[in-house]
Design a protein around this ligand. Structure first.
Ligand code: HAM
Length: 414
């Protein structure tokens, strides 16, 4: 039994999982860059109030899941449960706003939510995401959604894109009241948590994943049928743009998203299996920048859970580097400058310092999936040579212990 264990709901990523995360990060950053996004990085620690004012005091995330703390100076801080508020705070504070064609910001980093841990749901998890600030039109919504969908495509993750509109802030507020009254009449079919939400935040009841609640609210008033003509037309334009870009989607009138700042378009990419959690989601949040004290700036964005993307995609294991195996005291002395020379040449090499016998060393290299092994015995070391073995064919030959000559020999054999 180890003395210390990782906190419940956190993960230790071993080399293979960490390599997957890195591959996803690179794929995402490249794809976002191609659409004009610049990668930024903001603190994981922010003032608690930032999330209360943006994500929303009455949301599940702020009410129940936030890791709050008081620092040595008595400041009330929180580990960020999501990226959007911090990004918007930074955009205002650092002046990343006001570009004539908007600002496209991308991010990748840890988030924290005190949730009931299960597969794909952790207390520390990694999100990648983008925030597109400054463009009011439906084109910006379509751009952001297209990026999420293309990323899932590139990672070979089958998914369904769900889309809804929450309408304007006034329409959302009016719908919330209608829904509150409708739910209040059916209180007896709902559980205690739902009843608590009817008063505080009725949209949360629609967001519930509890079977009984979903059944009880199946005939709840529909958002997409209550919004006005202007919002409906806007939504139709987003859908039209997605169709033109070949982005398949479904309208899901129950999709409300559990964060307070959204209006108009909201979306989620979900797995094809029933009741599977979302890979990513987002929406438009035109009022947030002003709510946080910035200039009037329309905005739209998404975030995706990297832990979930890493679990379900298809990936190639990273190739192990070449092994350099010094066998003996003199060989160990000669291995060091040879390895340094190879690193200088940009060759990926790891030195197997603990090996003492050839047969076992080759066995271990084989198990590790190594293609090339450089064997350096004391005799080779004295002659200034090294044996290069191709594990694929089992052939080997002596060569000068010179980085450039070895690189040339390996290139010839490829
Ligand atoms: P969200 O839907 O709360 O949105 O989270 C986005 C994604 O983060 C989820 O779809 C999921 O893949 C992942 N995620 C959330 N919680 C967990 C968890 N406990 N464990 C593992 N993965 C998780 C947002 O966070 C918004 N900030 C998205 C956004 C950006 N909206 C506008 N801009």
């Amino acid at each position: 039994m180890p003395r210390f264990r990782r906190p419940k709901g956190t993960r230790d990523l071993g080399p293979a999982a960490a390599a997957r995360f890195e591959e996803i990060r690179e794929t995402f950053v490249d794809m976002a860059w191609e659409m004009g996004y610049r990668l930024v990085d903001v603190p994981a620690l922010e003032s608690r109030d930032l999330f209360a004012r943006s994500t929303g005091e009455d949301t599940e995330i702020v009410e129940k899941q936030m890791y709050g703390l008081v620092d040595g100076g008595g400041r009330e801080l929180a580990l960020r449960p999501e990226g959007t508020p911090g990004l918007v705070r930074a955009a205002i504070e650092e002046g990343w706003l006001g570009g004539h064609n908007g600002e496209r910001l991308a991010y990748f980093g840890p988030m924290f939510r005190y949730e009931r841990p299960q597969k794909g749901r952790y207390r520390q998890f990694t999100q990648l995401g983008v925030e597109f600030l400054g463009i009011p039109g439906p084109e910006a919504d379509a751009e952001v959604i297209r990026l999420l969908v293309s990323l899932l495509g590139e990672l070979e993750i089958p998914h369904t894109l769900k889309l809804n509109t929450l309408g304007s802030p006034a329409e959302r507020a009016a719908y919330t009241e209608t829904l509150r009254d409708w739910l209040a009449e059916r209180e007896m079919d709902l559980d205690e948590a739902d009843r608590h939400n009817i008063a505080r935040n009725p949209l949360r009841v629609l967001d519930s994943k509890r079977e009984a609640t979903m059944a009880a609210t199946a005939r709840a008033p529909r958002l997409d049928e209550t919004v006005g003509d202007e919002s409906a037309a806007r939504f139709a334009r987003v859908r039209g743009l997605l169709e033109k870009a070949g982005v398949d989607h479904e309208v899901d009138s129950r999709l409300v998203r559990g964060l307070d700042y959204y209006g108009h378009t909201v979306f989620e990419a979900v797995g094809r299996e029933a009741a599977q959690d979302a890979y990513g989601g987002g929406g438009r949040y035109d009022g947030l920048v002003t709510a946080l004290g910035g200039p009037d700036t329309p905005a739209v964005g998404f975030a995706a859970g990297v832990d979930r993307l890493a679990a379900d995609g298809t990936f190639d294991d990273p190739e192990p580097p070449l092994w350099l195996v010094p066998l003996g005291e003199a060989a160990r002395g000669a291995a060091w400058p040879l390895a340094a020379g190879l690193w200088e040449e940009g060759v990926a090499v790891q030195v197997a310092w603990n090996e003492t016998g050839l047969r076992k060393a080759l066995g271990r290299a084989d198990t590790a999936g190594v293609r090339w092994v450089l064997i350096l015995g004391d005799e080779e070391a004295e002659a200034g040579e090294v044996t290069l073995r191709d594990m694929a064919g089992g052939t080997q030959g002596r060569l000068p212990a010179d980085a450039a000559a070895l690189v040339a020999a390996m290139e010839d054999a490829e």
